[in-house]
Design a protein around this ligand. Structure first.
Ligand code: GLU
Length: 303
């Protein structure tokens, strides 16, 4: 009998600020899933968007994880260390005519209906001042999500020729998340539903690179109002590291696995072990978002 594949999961925060309730949910969900499978749980700092990177946010994130007993395996990786690798892959895709240079600005795309129509596909633009896009002839729009079930992506933006390097020279999230997951051997991705649509671009890239994709699980995101997920932009509060047990109980409530007995558990380590035993992706709500309590909300600074 062939042994089961090893499980490699990861938590991949962008260091644009400290963790807030929504990102702590992502950390806990990916951690519990990895531990449930006796797997590896990696920490990757996604600092690809330099202008949005806040100095010291990576250390603050690690402090918060450690305070909550969410201990990752191995060495922390940084996307900023991988630029050379990303560029080599882009050049290969260009050489193989699987990618091309594009000069269209957002304004031009808006004027032509808002969805990119492959305008520059055969224009042979020079590199300077161009973005790089993938040729997406047959987007991969269907997959089985471990939480959401059968998913068919219909959002036209998610299916257009994906930008893999921006006109300002920054590598795009859609490219680097896939390259890193491949390089780190990631087998399972557990992340928020706000990233569900991007999975189409990721699967298409896996196909182009002849690699097998990981299994995906997209849990509902914490939102203040419909369509407004908690984020730094809408003033989500930083997680209070002095109350880790209370924070973990709230996360377990949000993930619908909390039981009254959780309140009698008095260490993060034991609470996480308790939650690992009960963790089951299939029991999570098949929803895009869950509205967190707004009255006296501990999660965000009010309107
Ligand atoms: N860096 C992304 C974020 O913080 C997560 C990427 C992923 O999990 O694929 O939203």
């Amino acid at each position: 009998m062939t042994p089961p594949l090893p499980y490699i999961g990861r938590f991949a925060p962008s260091p644009s600020g400290p963790l807030h309730f929504g990102s702590l949910v992502a950390a806990v969900a990916s951690f519990l899933d990895a531990r449930k499978h006796n797997g590896t749980w990696l920490l990757r700092i996604e600092d690809i968007d330099k202008p949005r990177t806040v100095e010291g946010a990576d250390s603050a994130i690690m402090r918060t994880l450690n305070a909550h007993h969410l201990h990752w395996d191995g060495k922390v990786s940084y996307q900023s260390d991988q630029h050379h690798h990303y560029q080599v892959v882009i050049q290969t895709l260009l050489d193989q005519q699987q990618a091309y240079h594009c000069r269209c600005t957002r304004k031009i795309i808006r004027q032509t209906g808002g969805v990119y129509q492959g305008t520059c596909r055969y224009k042979q633009h020079a590199e300077f001042g161009s973005a790089v896009r993938l040729y997406v002839d047959t987007p991969q729009r269907q997959f089985t999500d471990r939480i959401q079930g059968e998913v068919v992506i219909t959002d036209a933006h998610a299916l257009e020729d994906t930008v893999i390097k921006r006109r300002d020279g920054l590598f795009s999230y859609n490219l680097v998340v896939v390259l890193d997951d491949i390089a780190q051997g990631v087998t399972h991705v557990v992340r928020g539903h706000d990233l569900l649509n991007t999975t189409a671009a990721h699967l298409t890239l896996y196909n182009l690179l002849n690699q097998s994709p990981p299994q995906y699980a997209h849990f509902p995101v914490a939102a203040m109002l419909p369509g407004q997920k908690l984020s730094k932009q809408n003033r989500a509060r930083a997680v209070d590291d002095s109350n880790p047990l209370g924070n973990l109980r709230k996360v377990l409530k949000f993930l619908t696995i909390w039981q009254p007995e959780c309140d009698n558990i008095d260490s993060c380590e034991t609470l996480l072990e308790w939650a690992t035993m009960r963790w089951d992706c299939k029991k999570l709500p098949k929803k895009a978002e869950i509205i967190v309590d707004q009255d006296n909300s501990p999660y965000y600074y009010g309107p």
